[in-house]
Design a protein around this ligand. Structure first.
Ligand SMILES: [Zn+2]
Length: 305
């Protein structure tokens, strides 16, 4: 029998992480973060290894996890991972996955029909996968009673009809068609831009750079604060070296500026920062160190690597 995943409580909101995958992303630090030096990874080896970096194989380790929030009586998912059975010809790492994600969600007490809101922080392949599931030969909404909140700017950017060039090349091929269009056609999508208030505890705000519509979910409840930042960072190395972008950031200068802004906010307000891809304790508390940041504490989840 599976034990229920851990939950932490922030103000009136509960936060649970739902596992899809933890492990190597089969990229070296230099491939994933072209601006980072081997010396800087060595310098932080004592805490980057083993959760975030395997120095033996020199591979970056990541999580693929969904944040399950319960707020104001509603069940909310932040990002929906890679999904099962998706055809990703130019992103083979995310192709044809077959995980027990929905069982893990059920173990946390949420069946697909219980989900009220789905937040896609952006529309990369590894953030929208479980928006849909395969039913026979058709992609159908996994969460039939949910409203899917999608940033208008990413909806437009990744819409194949607009034929926008991307640093991701063709990596997002098929994603819009199998993971966005079916929920849009089912009438479940609400597009938003700028700022979108979800309830008294939660607010979405644009945080562009990684993609044009990348966004952050602000949690503010009682005296507790948290930021669900999507792909603002893929590794805590980018907290201590905030100018280092991933190779998947569409606008490098804007990505750096947004990282500085949101880490600055987190350092000032004491907000916990929950990226999409952090294994280990899943989230961090940051403090300012000049133009950089340091990790002052980790979130209260048990370490997973
Ligand atoms: Zn991602």
């Amino acid at each position: 029998m599976k034990s229920a995943p851990e939950e932490i409580i922030l103000g009136d909101v509960s936060v649970t992480r739902i596992k899809e995958f933890y492990g190597s992303v089969e990229m070296t630090p230099a491939e994933f973060f072209p601006g980072s030096t081997p010396q800087s990874w060595e310098q932080h080896r004592d805490w980057l290894a083993p959760d975030f970096w395997n120095p033996g194989t020199n591979e970056v380790r990541v999580a693929l996890q969904t944040w399950l929030l319960r707020s104001g009586g509603r069940t909310i998912l932040v990002d929906t991972g890679a999904g099962n059975h998706k055809e990703r010809p130019y992103a083979p790492f995310w192709s044809h996955r077959d995980t027990d994600f929905l069982d893990n969600l059920a173990a946390a007490g949420a069946r697909p029909q219980d989900v009220d809101l789905v937040v896609n922080t952006h529309l990369h392949t590894d953030h929208v996968g479980w928006n849909t599931r395969l039913d026979g030969r058709s992609w159908v909404p996994t969460f039939p009673n949910a409203t899917y909140l999608i940033p208008q700017r990413d909806f437009d950017f990744w819409n194949p009809a607009n034929n926008n060039p991307s640093v991701f090349g063709r990596g997002n091929q098929n994603v819009f068609e199998d993971s966005v269009t079916p929920v849009r056609d089912a009438g479940l999508v609400q597009l938003w831009d700028g700022v979108h208030r979800i309830d008294g505890n939660l607010k979405l705000e644009l945080a562009p750079g990684h993609t044009p519509g990348s966004s952050v979910l602000h949690l503010e409840s009682g005296s507790d604060r948290a930021l669900f930042v999507g792909d603002l960072v893929h590794t805590p190395h980018q907290i201590v070296e905030p100018d280092n972008n991933s190779c998947f950031c569409e606008d490098p200068a804007e990505a750096r500026a947004t990282r500085q802004r949101l880490f600055g906010l987190a350092a000032t307000t004491g907000a916990l920062v929950f990226p999409a891809h952090l294994p280990g304790p899943g989230g961090v508390q940051v403090e300012r160190r000049g133009t950089r940041f340091a990790i002052s504490d980790w979130a209260g989840f048990s370490r997973i690597s």
